[in-house]
Design a protein around this ligand. Sequence first.
Ligand code: SF4
Length: 406
Amino acid sequence: MPTNAGNPTPIRERRPQVRPATEGWTQALDADGRPKLQFASPKKGKPPVHWADLTVEERQAKVVELGLPKFRAKQLSNHYFANYSSDPATMTDLPAEGREELVAGLMPPLLTEVRRLETDKGDTIKFLWKLHDGALVESVLMRYTGRITLCISSQAGCGMNCPFCATGQAGLTRNMSTAEIVDQIVRANAALAAGELGGRKKGDNTPDRVSNIVFMGMGEPLANYKRVMDAVRSMVAPQPDGLGMSARGITVSTVGLVPAIKKLADENVPVTFALSLHAPDDQLRDELIPINSRWKVDEALDAAREYFEKTGRRVSIEYALIKDMNDHAWRADLLAEKLLARGKGWVHVNPIPLNPTPGSIWTASEPEVQDEFVRRLNAAGIPTTLRDTRGKEIDGACGQLAAADA
Ligand code: SF4
């Protein structure tokens, strides 16, 4: 195992090792004695079908079925995807008679805003949404110079059971529908159009619409694969049939569902792919990310490399730095070694200081430990950037939320 260069004492012996199990966390097990993971979504709670659930052809068929000419589909899409409106009062190009009923049937309300939290500077808003069945999800809107990022949820709850994550500990309520995923963006764009996100810096002339998406809110996106991919297709479809976003600005992250990573690589939608690794050794990762009991670190990294080979898109490795748990210098060396073993120039690493939970073992690393972790990776030739933690001020629900400035 790598040791600190020039120091005869191995790093492993000089720093404490905190692990979830040694600190009293017990992993929930399934009937076969394996770490409990929930892949299938309960069928209950399905939302009503919404315009954003349909393909362009299905939208046309729908309006024809309702006795309207085909071109009404484009008009409706224009209201929803380009003007971010589901309000019949704004749709004056549609016949007034029956308009309310028409829109109520095609665009039933999916997200009810329960609460919103804003940072002091006003450059970040966290939305808490209630879904039609009462399930709660979140999205976080963040302004940066030159871009506006929205961190979105893909499931209500999560079945991946990561011990550091409140969402994971509460389990999976259900998959979100395609339209529920898309509507988070439409609602954020509506808030932006209304001038509700502050923090614009002088000289920043970026239009006020969401430019970047990160699937790092609630849920494991690749466990809700079909709906997430249908939502991505709506995001990249040109307006008015979709949101007209660039695939490169969309980051799909996973804790490591290897077969789904392979499928994603074959989709021909060049999204940015992020692997939430958080540990380079199976011993710790088995506890930290229970999906590691199905697919090990090397398998996840091989799949990430394959993604790069097939798409030419550089992969991100997300790594939440947790004090004395995964922030050891030897782990930075081991991570660099494993990444370099798969080639150069295909990956960059984003360490993120964990949102600290006071008094718990889930504490952010010391700044000098973070810096050393980053330094070692960069010195080994792996581009590595410490991310800022917008989530910190507003207490993100998912352990990955802090990575949302990707
Ligand atoms: S960290 Fe992400 S994948 Fe893990 S339980 Fe939380 S929401 Fe799920």
